[in-house]
Design a protein around this ligand. Structure first.
Ligand SMILES: [Zn+2]
Length: 322
């Protein structure tokens, strides 16, 4: 149970009775609500207030102020299908209400107000402390990730190189799906298997736009596996945060340039050994080790480029286009 500090009481009423300790029982009123409580013999400190609240009063003052209701965040930018939350104090019971359920819905669960983006627009979520009547609001702005359901789409993040990122992975039919697990230079979805192909098929260190580029071959020729340079450009020009889209976990990358977003699901690597992490392969071989490839690695707390991807395992591929 949390604490509630009342600095000033509107009114006191003597109830002409005592509690088990012999302290007089008083009724106090603040913010228009009456509560029974007890006052210690000095009369300037009230403890064990309603529902275990601790109430301090100042004798001689007649007004009451409850602390304002503050939420962890007061605005959220979401993409359609995304769920996010704001935390509220753990003191009391809260009710939640959306100004437009066609834009965003809200539900109170534990310490959180869960908000789900339904459609394009802006909605105000009002959180109300049922006891004190205090309110706080969250402004939710929702934009669509894709223009329609015919994936894949090219998402323009306004990147300096002109690179556009696909909305979904190779082998996936929508943004929140994992898709296949592809090893570098391989066309096959290796699923949960490893393989032992030690021979480099391509003499170049970079397979983008070659016949060994699975995005280039399986999608149309406008697409390719991103180079490590293009992945770095994504990281440098976007804010990324852990997110949830239609039930799938992953990271959302939102452009600092034009506000558009892509969502990369955290499908783990082959066999989903690390289901809370994302491993996305690049087209670029490590310069120091021909068994290692550069790629994008992330989990709930970070996103970065590493040259630690194995040529014998399958990883997710998020194509790019110019
Ligand atoms: Zn799409």
């Amino acid at each position: 149970m949390g604490r509630y500090v009342v600095r000033e009481a509107e009114e006191y009423y003597d109830m002409n009775e005592c509690d088990a300790r012999g302290y007089p029982v008083k009724k106090i009123r603040y913010t228009g609500v009456e509560y029974e409580t007890t006052v210690d013999p000095e009369g300037d400190y009230v403890e064990s207030g309603p529902d275990g609240w601790e109430i301090h009063t100042v004798i001689g003052q007649k007004e009451v102020q409850a602390p304002p209701l503050t939420l962890y965040k007061n605005s959220l930018n979401l993409i359609v299908g995304e769920e996010n939350y704001v935390t509220h104090p753990d003191n009391h019971s809260y009710s939640v209400e959306s100004s437009d359920e066609a834009v965003a819905t809200a539900e109170e669960k534990g310490f959180y107000v869960w908000i789900k983006a339904v459609g394009k627009g802006t909605a105000t979520i009002t959180v109300k402390d049922i006891k004190s009547g205090q309110k706080a609001t969250v402004t939710v702005t929702v934009i669509p990730l894709c223009p329609d359901g015919n994936h894949p789409h090219m998402i323009d993040l306004g990147l300096p190189s002109g690179t556009k990122w696909a909305c979904c992975n190779v082998g996936a039919t929508k943004p929140e799906e994992y898709g296949g697990n592809y090893a570098w230079e391989e066309m096959k979805d290796w699923g949960n298997d490893t393989h032992c192909d030690e021979l480099l098929k391509e003499t170049n260190r970079d397979i983008a736009n070659t016949k060994h580029d699975v995005a280039h071959v399986k999608w149309d020729g406008n697409w390719q596996i991103p180079s490590i340079k293009q992945i770095r450009e994504l990281l440098e020009n976007c804010e990324s945060e852990w997110a949830r889209l239609n039930g799938a976990r992953g990271r959302k990358f939102t452009s600092k340039i034009n506000g558009n977003s892509i969502f990369l699901c955290a499908g783990g690597n082959f066999g989903d050994y690390f289901p809370g992490c994302g491993y996305y392969l690049s087209s670029t071989l490590s310069s120091s080790n021909k068994d290692r490839i550069w790629g994008l690695s992330f989990d709930p707390s970070y996103a970065d480029c590493i040259a630690g991807f194995s040529r014998q395992q399958g990883y997710k591929i998020r194509p790019v286009s110019r």
